[in-house]
Design a protein around this ligand. Structure first.
Ligand SMILES: [Zn+2]
Length: 259
């Protein structure tokens, strides 16, 4: 996939490209999105998110927000440690925004409290945590963090599963989160400069996921200029290398794409 070398309008850093089992040592789902001249934000924060940011040399203290695609632990369980870092290392005072499906606030508070029982009590967090809970329903043109507008499209994986179409700096990036191949996924991809799609299996998907063969067969229906596959194992990466799909790449931990 070609990359522009100078001043991309939007930078994507794939902090974690693995599945719930961290197969082949891949990190849990976490995508760093940085529009030019704007603060970065995350999409999902699986258990390895903070370690991945430290390894990549990006500063979690710069984050303006996090979007969550659904409430499974491999997409959310890194959140308590991001809060801990914000409170005790970054010494954050600016608000941190959270976007996610209904139930996100309660789930994230329970996670944080299970890890550190007093983290959220008595004003321990020295910054406002602002939650925007989204119905699992189509919505367009919502206002995100600074410089970002986004659409929400329900997808099919868990009752809370939503995909995001994020627009910033004239670039549109879709992120499927976990989903089976469904009409919502095809709707999400329409008009995207890049669509980040989960691809858990080579052939028959386990649970409600997408397979590489479904991507191969259905790519024209996604309507995105380019596709990056995440939530993968090395089996998927090897099968892809044996038989690549034009316009598609398999993301690796630490990979940067400029758009
Ligand atoms: Zn999931």
């Amino acid at each position: 996939m070609p990359q522009r070398r100078s001043r991309p309008r939007l930078k994507l850093l794939f902090l974690g490209t693995g599945n719930a089992f961290n197969e082949d040592g891949r990190g849990s789902q976490c995508l760093w999105v940085e529009p030019r001249g704007r603060p970065p934000f995350l999409v999902d924060a699986g258990p390895t998110a903070l370690a991945a940011m430290q390894r990549a040399g990006v500063d979690p203290g710069r984050l303006s927000a996090a979007f969550f695609t659904h409430l499974h632990g491999d997409h959310t369980a890194g959140w308590p440690f991001i809060l801990l870092h914000a409170a005790f290392v970054a010494l954050r005072s600016r608000p941190l925004r959270v976007y996610g499906p209904r139930g996100t606030r309660r789930r994230l508070e329970r996670l944080a409290t299970a890890c550190y029982e007093d983290l959220l009590v008595g004003g321990k967090l020295p910054f406002p945590l602002e939650h925007a809970e989204l119905p699992v329903a189509r919505a367009c043109g919502l206002r995100g963090p600074p410089g970002v507008r986004f659409d929400v499209v329900p997808v099919e994986h868990h009752p809370t599963s939503i995909g995001y179409r994020l627009r910033a700096g004239g670039v549109t990036v879709g992120v499927s989160g976990d989903t089976r191949w469904c009409p919502g996924l095809e709707e999400l991809g329409a008009g995207c400069d890049l669509l980040v799609v989960e691809c858990t299996d080579v052939r028959r998907p386990r649970y409600a996921h997408v397979s590489l063969e479904e991507v191969r067969a259905g790519l024209p229906r996604l309507g995105a200029r380019r596709v990056a596959l995440v939530h993968v194992s090395d089996d998927v990466a090897r099968a892809f290398r044996r038989r690549p799909i034009p316009g598609v790449t398999v993301a690796e931990d630490g990979m940067i794409l400029g758009l």
